[in-house]
Design a protein around this ligand. Structure first.
Ligand code: GLN
Length: 290
């Protein structure tokens, strides 16, 4: 008996329905991303070839991924990577999925590096709480002379970040260190020209209200303590231990935290403090000079 073959369009519809029932947001786009992944093509190409059929193997791979997405696993974990600043960054549930806002943080850091240190051959940049490594990776890629140091508390995150650096050919210029924020194991004079961080900044009490997808991300990567500002304050307070006088600190923060972030940095003696907006026009990034 010949099994009825199923076209791409039919698979998409089936997936769309399945995801809809599980209240996944943007079901069609999700289904298309997953299918494109199975086919190894771009989404637009795939829609054009809607009459094509999937092999049995492709069909079962597709459906496995649809089921995983139906359990509200973030799309990036299902397909195994997240595009960030033009790089495909491998991600697993051990690390936060890189967000578009964070690309803005990278852009600001690049601007600071290029405008303040145009001739510096060996700029030293520290990325605190590197997670997947996305910020350090993007900076190493964009600033070909910079040397990056990336810290995290999670061994599985560091392992993954290192794997990313190897795969992207950037490992020569990134050192990964297991550190709790700054608390440097060795003392010594400040050595970093720039410190960047996308710290956990969600107030503990607000985490419960976030989407099921966010709940599958590491709690440690999200939780900013009762006020949401604990990691931000700790990083800012510790920064002078590693950041050279005159060096720059850049951090991402949550919508609504700008005034408080600025106040804290001011209080700690930082100067030239400015807040930058994200693509939605919301203040999301602080740049300050030690
Ligand atoms: N630096 C990583 C990122 O920006 C991880 C950040 C975090 O875990 N809070 O995605």
């Amino acid at each position: 008996m010949k099994v009825k073959s199923v076209s791409i369009s039919e698979w998409l519809e089936k997936a769309d329905d399945f995801l809809e029932k599980r209240q996944v947001p943007e079901t069609r786009a999700n289904a298309e991303f997953l299918l494109a992944e199975v086919l190894g093509v771009g989404r637009s190409q795939m829609v054009l070839s809607g009459d094509r059929e999937l092999s049995w193997k492709q069909g079962s791979h597709f459906w496995e991924m649809v089921k995983a997405r139906g359990k509200r696993l973030p799309l990036a974990y299902v397909i195994g990577y997240q595009p960030f600043c033009g790089l495909d960054v491998k991600v697993t549930p051990s690390v936060l999925v890189p967000r578009p806002e964070t690309e803005g943080l990278v852009e600001e850091a690049v601007k600071v590096a290029e405008s303040k240190y145009p001739l510096s051959a060996n700029l030293h940049i520290l990325d605190v709480g590197t997670g997947s490594g996305c910020i350090a990776l993007a900076l190493a890629k964009k600033l070909s002379k910079a040397m990056l140091y990336a810290t995290d508390l999670s061994d599985s995150a560091l392992k993954l970040a290192e794997e990313n650096a190897v795969k992207l050919g950037l490992i020569q210029r990134i050192r990964f260190l297991r550190e709790d924020l700054f608390k440097p194991s060795a003392g010594g004079a400040p050595w970093a020209d720039i410190v960047v961080s996308n710290p956990p900044y969600i107030p503990t009490g607000e985490i419960d209200n976030l989407s099921p997808e966010v709940h599958q991300e590491p709690f440690m990567a999200l939780d900013g303590g009762e006020s949401g500002m604990e990691a931000i304050k700790a990083i800012a307070a510790d920064a002078p231990r590693v950041l050279k006088p005159g060096g720059y600190l850049l951090m991402e923060f949550m919508m609504g935290q700008g005034v408080e972030v600025k106040r804290q940095l001011d209080h700690l003696g930082f100067s030239e403090i400015r807040l930058e907006k994200d693509l939605q026009g919301v203040e999301r990034i602080v740049v300050a000079r030690r």
